[in-house]
Design a binder for this molecule. Structure first.
Ligand SMILES: NC(=O)c1ccc[n+]([C@@H]2O[C@H](COP(=O)([O-])OP(=O)(O)OC[C@H]3O[C@@H](n4cnc5c(N)ncnc54)[C@H](OP(=O)(O)O)[C@@H]3O)[C@@H](O)[C@H]2O)c1
Length: 268
């Protein structure tokens, strides 16, 4: 490995959605560790409080938690209002929260599944970005927005049709909104990943292990990691490193990019 990067985010304030677990937790911890003020979010209030307290101990910044269900527009407004009034102004938004519908086929999936998936995975990312962009523009903040997307959004076949379609939509709105934002001095980019260790991935691996006598969740995860060209599963820190790069001055000329952080899974 050549080169080494360290980041300093003192004086910056970040909202990280879906940050009590997995990738979001990794991103929020890395930002807190780099001295940013951080707003932790998820639906489960007890997890939000616990995570905020844990991360508050990391760096020099303040970490608060706001429980909010991002499938609802009024909850996104409340999350942003609380963030701005308690630790704002906001210079970083990481749109990370997502749901993974379990349909086997897009023919059988219900419209309710479609709406739930699109509301959290796409509409919430777009609406939060719109609101934060307005906040940044009126305060002349040259901020950064990062959307978390998935390799599934690049694929045209395979399982998880609704989830894949939602992530393809995230890629599309990242390109289009990044252009409008760049003209206001705000940079929007995305990080796309594949199999990264998280609560949801473990749940899926556990389901598969249950059908394979003698195999554990860790066996399945190891098998998935070994299939990536770089030979291992993603870690939340891998995605956090990409977010810290994209929000930093090292990426000041980067807008509308989808950075693939998936151990080469994007090549398969
Ligand atoms: N892990 C992977 O292999 C992988 C691969 C590709 C892309 N991704 C993407 O990475 C991101 C994070 O996934 P993850 O695997 O780290 O998931 P995870 O461990 O299951 O965490 C999801 C987080 O989002 C929160 N959340 C879920 N629904 C929410 C809602 N409606 N409003 C607010 N918060 C909500 C969850 O908390 P509550 O349940 O308490 O709300 C939790 O904090 C997602 O965008 C996902 O699509 C992950």
């Amino acid at each position: 490995m050549s080169g080494r990067a360290t980041y300093e985010y003192g004086g910056e304030t970040a909202i990280v959605t879906g940050s009590t677990s997995g990738i979001g937790y990794g991103i929020a911890s890395a930002l807190a560790d780099a001295n940013a003020d951080v707003v932790v979010n998820a639906r489960t209030a007890s997890d939000v409080e616990e995570t905020a307290a844990d991360l508050d101990a990391l760096g020099d910044g303040t970490v608060i938690g706001v429980a909010a269900d991002l499938s609802r527009r009024d909850e996104i407004d409340r999350l942003i209002d609380r963030a701005v009034s308690e630790v704002g102004p906001i210079s970083i938004l990481v749109n990370n929260a997502a749901v993974w519908p379990e349909e086997e086929s897009m023919i059988d999936a219900s419209l309710d599944d479609w709406e739930r998936t699109m509301n959290v995975n796409v509409r919430a990312q777009y609406y939060a970005s719109k609101q934060i962009a307005r906040h940044m523009i009126t305060r002349d903040i040259a901020g950064s927005i990062v959307n978390v997307t998935s390799q599934t959004g690049d694929r045209r076949t395979g399982g998880r049709g609704l989830y894949g379609a939602s992530k393809t939509a995230v890629n599309g709105f990242t390109w289009r909104m990044a252009y409008d934002l760049a003209r206001e001095g705000i940079r929007m980019n995305a990080v796309s990943t594949d199999v990264t260790d998280s609560r949801q991935l473990r749940r899926e691996a556990g389901r598969i292990a249950a059908d394979r006598p003698g195999q554990t969740t860790d066996d399945v995860l190891e098998e998935w990691g070994a299939k990536r060209p770089l030979g291992r599963l993603g870690r939340p820190e891998d995605i956090a490193d990409a977010v810290l790069f994209l929000c930093s001055d090292a990426a000041s000329y980067v807008a509308g990019s989808i950075l693939r952080v998936s151990g080469g899974g994007n090549l398969q």
